[in-house]
Design a protein around this ligand. Sequence first.
Ligand SMILES: O=C(O)CCC(=O)C(=O)O
Ligand SMILES: [Fe+2]
Length: 275
Amino acid sequence: MQVSPFESCGAIVSDLQLATMTDADLTELRTAFSQHGVLFFRDQTLPPKEHLRFARRFGKIVVNKFFKTTTLDPEIAEVRKEKTQQTNIGGGWHTDHSYDDNPALGSILVARTLPETGGNTHFSDLAAAYDALPEPLKKRIAGLRAVHSNTHLYGENGLYRLTDLADQLGGMDRVGDATHPVVIRHPESGRKVLYVNPGHTIQFEDWDFDRSRSLLDELYAHVNQSQFTSNFNWLPGSVTFWDNRRTWHMADNDYQGQMRLMHRITLAGTGLAAA
Ligand SMILES: O=C(O)CCC(=O)C(=O)O
Ligand SMILES: [Fe+2]
């Protein structure tokens, strides 16, 4: 197995087939995952059964509360954009499931049908971003907690409900919030990570909305710099496996009129402790 850093977030893993890797490979892969935050794979043969098997070898699967699953298996979620559809899933920076008390450890995304061009996914490294924060900003966020929600996206009149993605969604009654420390200690690597994201973080606990907004915007502007970010172009056989406690991701919506279909399995995580 070869692990080479990719742009400014994550690493490309080569000389490894996920479907046939040994237990020793899996141990090496866990280390690479903890070191890099996102792993990118090319030329994989990973049909749904093998996708599930890899996920189960790595951890415990958790099912997304809102997006419909595939007819193949309820543990595989579809990230689908039809030719005629305008809105894509995950088109703004976010981490998956930060609105849960025990946010997802990670997500494994497999390309199934790709547009001719476009549809890249961007990733950002929130451990590197934390380390590079100016000291005064580190002091301002020390000890804070933030509220993460999905109501503004999936609740009644939520943003996604108002788009042409609405009929791919269920679970309007499952909306809810969670609070997490703004700087977490990563459960495996031990690194400090800035744990807020534009998709789900709505405010700091015990702060008013406007004051929260202005500090969140300052933090987001810091993270959204090219030195923390990678841009991954999907090819047939590509797989990405990202750590939701350490990274943001965002999918480009630049292939109108073409279909894109990905399969996603999300792995369960634990509660997050302050750094
Ligand atoms: O389609 C993609 O590239 C990513 C979509 C997304 O946000 C996800 O699968 O969690
Ligand atoms: Fe996502």
